[in-house]
Ligand binder design. Structure first.
Ligand code: SF4
Length: 225
């Protein structure tokens, strides 16, 4: 069964076409969530990549809890290959799906050492070729390094884009296609963070707090007020 759809909610209120709303929506959200940024804690590209890989199917808070210790022990790609496989599994166990994640991490580290001189590649396509690195992971990594190639679509971005009437799609790849057509390229990196923070703080999945939302008056077709 697919995730719940919010497309139908965007019929509550008549608003301007989305191309006229996107600028003001970004402005309002940027003012409301000036602190919106990636919630993962990292201090270099390798830690960023590992954090994003570990964040699949779990919360950023949970990942940070694990990586606080992990990054003291594993500082270079070699370190992930120097320990027995089971030890790495144990060290990332709390992020869930630890078997698959450990396998991906080791495959990725091997590839980084063999083909990229031990450095995390900067090109989107090179990142995508790393074992276990999906489009979303590659997108997050290049965005955080200042070169977004697309717009990261997670569960909050999906819900908010649907509620705001920015897409009628359900599939993340198609949602991203709609968003990159609409959102100015200069905003590709921060746009998902704005939606994610707005989703966490105000536009809750079950109980959106429209009465506290700066988009409610004339920018959101799902507004309940
Ligand atoms: S909280 Fe804001 S963005 Fe969410 S449905 Fe209400 S008005 Fe729209």
């Amino acid at each position: 069964m697919g995730a719940r759809s919010y497309v139908a909610e965007a019929r509550r209120k008549k608003v301007m076409p989305k191309k006229d709303r996107i600028g003001p929506i970004i402005e309002e959200l940027a003012a409301e969530h000036a602190d919106a940024r990636i919630a993962l804690t990292f201090s270099n590209p390798l830690e960023l990549l590992v954090s994003v890989m570990l964040s699949a199917q779990t919360t950023d808070v949970n990942v940070n809890r694990v990586t606080g210790k992990l990054f003291r022990k594993y500082r270079r790609p070699e370190d992930y290959l120097a320990v027995p496989h089971e030890e790495l599994e144990r060290d990332i166990f709390q992020t869930g799906f630890y078997r698959q994640k450990a396998k991906s991490l080791r495959g990725t580290m091997r590839r980084i050492l063999e083909e990229h001189d031990g450095e995390v590649p900067t090109a989107f396509d090179d990142l995508l070729r790393l074992p276990g690195v999906a489009r979303k992971t590659a997108n997050v990594v290049v965005s955080e390094r200042g070169d977004p190639q697309g717009i990261v679509v997670d569960t909050h971005v999906r819900r908010l884009s649907q509620r705001l009437g920015l897409t009628k799609q359900e599939d993340p790849v198609k949602i991203e296609r709609d968003l990159v057509r609409l959102v100015p390229r200069a905003d590709w990196a921060r746009f998902p963070h704005l939606l994610i923070w707005h989703g966490r703080r105000i536009c809750d999945a079950r109980r959106p707090r429209c009465e506290d939302c700066p988009l409610a008056a004339d920018l959101c077709p799902s507004s309940r007020i």
